[in-house]
Design a protein around this ligand. Sequence first.
Ligand SMILES: [Zn+2]
Length: 307
Amino acid sequence: MLTAYLSHPDCERHVMGPDHPECPERLAALNDHLLIKGLLDCVQPVDAPEATDAQLLRVHDAAWLYRLQDLIPTEGYARLDADTLVNPFTLRAARRAAGAAAHAVDLVLSGQAPNAFCAVRPPGHHAGRHGGSGFCFFNNASVAVAQALSEHGLQRVALVDFDVHHGDGSEDIWAGDERVLLCSSYQADLFPFRDASPPAANVVLAPLPARSGGPAMRAAIETHWLPALARFAPELIVVSAGFDAHREDDMGNLGWSEADYLWLSQQLLAQAQASCGGRIVSCLEGGYSLSALARSAAAHLRVLVEA
Ligand SMILES: [Zn+2]
């Protein structure tokens, strides 16, 4: 059985204007690199379906769906916030990205794939229950978590977020829900500038100082995440896989390398193998240096493929 690799051409039709860092070329760069490295030969490619309203409404309120639908222009762009724009294809792309995450859960939990990676955009972890922000519209990883809980009856799902930005949307959705353990590392003092105190017992935060580098990340993960994950014993690990903590990415300043993403992915796989037969569903979040994104995501995917 091969790792499921979910994507869709619609994800490249969502554009937020010229020179926006969250651009379609991100997926093209990733695909090119995976092709060159032979990794696309080691996965089962799956066309991402669109998320249904029912799947989206498990983590978002209906008012946000209506507001986003109303915002979509027939041509050109419309603005959600200072950094987040929509074009005529945004809603379709966002539904594909969330639908990929939900379908990936179906594939992994039904035994049709050992694990899965969703190469999708727009990203999702800044989208909360009441709306999107920070390049995000629907919280893809949270849609995956909800699919596992509601559709498949799982009782313990871990959501792990190593994007350089704090996943405030995921925190809004899951804080206080004991069925979910949310582990999040991020650069302190960066968007969305949220207080670093955990809002509930099921949230484990590992804020990292700017310029702290890979060794500080590894120490924080070993101290904060791994014991919590071992205690929780998840039946599935969902990953918000952002690669913008890479040292070549201008969006943050943590100085990670491909080796750090490889190490982190290996730790998550080891936990998944210990508690849930290796079941991981990973969703692309940030990563804006095209080359660094492609190399880092390839390191992450290689761990899944070789599991
Ligand atoms: Zn990010």
